[in-house]
Design a protein around this ligand. Structure first.
Ligand SMILES: CC(C)(COP(=O)(O)OP(=O)(O)OC[C@H]1O[C@@H](n2cnc3c(N)ncnc32)[C@H](O)[C@@H]1OP(=O)(O)O)[C@@H](O)C(=O)NCCC(=O)NCCS
Length: 173
């Protein structure tokens, strides 16, 4: 589904020391703990790049992480696999986490973050190939959020979804 967005009041920027990580709460313990304790280290060690949405440069309304990933072709349904190159593994972009603070829910922050992640993945994929974006949803509600934007289930891994880069490209035409 195409985004409905008007220009957002939130800037999306790489996580930095000026952002108040400790105050962030989305109600999912694992996603809160990741931002509080792990995200900075992942950024420093280049395991993932965390991006935050902020209106004032300090308060974190939401965040997501991006990393490069290799999908095994045999975990992908035939309908998707036949459009991918026939190698055992194919490069993709991993949207590892995406969460919006409970305080900012329902204000299209989730959509703004997702569109930013997809646009960034598309741009990066023009420099180092990526067949699509993988998302790991934390629960069934998160699965339905991603499906709304055209993500397809990768049934061999629980709650893992995939959006082919061709579909991402159409979103930004
Ligand atoms: C899922 C989540 C990111 C949505 O963020 P949000 O800012 O409240 O959502 P938005 O305001 O951007 O909603 C955009 C659209 O998605 C819909 N939507 C929001 N949450 C949804 C959900 N869980 N399932 C299905 N649709 C959802 C909204 O109704 C809206 O639809 P519309 O275009 O018809 O108006 C947020 O609820 C969250 O952080 N949840 C906890 C963590 C989580 O589940 N993360 C997901 C990845 S692990």
């Amino acid at each position: 589904m195409a985004p409905k967005q008007e220009p957002s009041r939130f800037a999306i920027e790489p996580l930095d020391d000026k952002h108040d990580r400790a105050a962030f709460s989305c109600g999912v313990e694992a996603l809160d703990a990741y931002l509080h304790k792990q995200a900075g280290q992942d950024a420093r060690k280049r395991a993932a790049v965390p991006f935050v949405a902020t209106a004032d440069g300090k308060t974190i309304a939401g965040y997501y992480t991006l990393a490069q990933y290799a999908i095994q072709l045999d975990t992908v349904p035939d309908a998707i696999a036949k459009k991918l190159p026939k190698y055992p593994t194919v490069s993709a972009t991993l949207l590892g986490r995406l969460a919006v603070s409970t305080e900012f829910r329902g204000q299209r922050v989730g959509e703004t973050l997702l569109m930013d992640a997809l646009h960034r993945s598309l741009t990066l994929g023009k420099q180092a190939a990526s067949a699509g974006v993988i998302a790991d949803a934390k629960d069934d509600s998160a699965v339905s959020f991603y499906r709304k934007y055209g993500f397809l289930d990768l049934p061999k891994v629980e709650r893992r979804l995939f959006l082919p880069m061709g579909t991402v490209e159409q979103l930004f035409r």
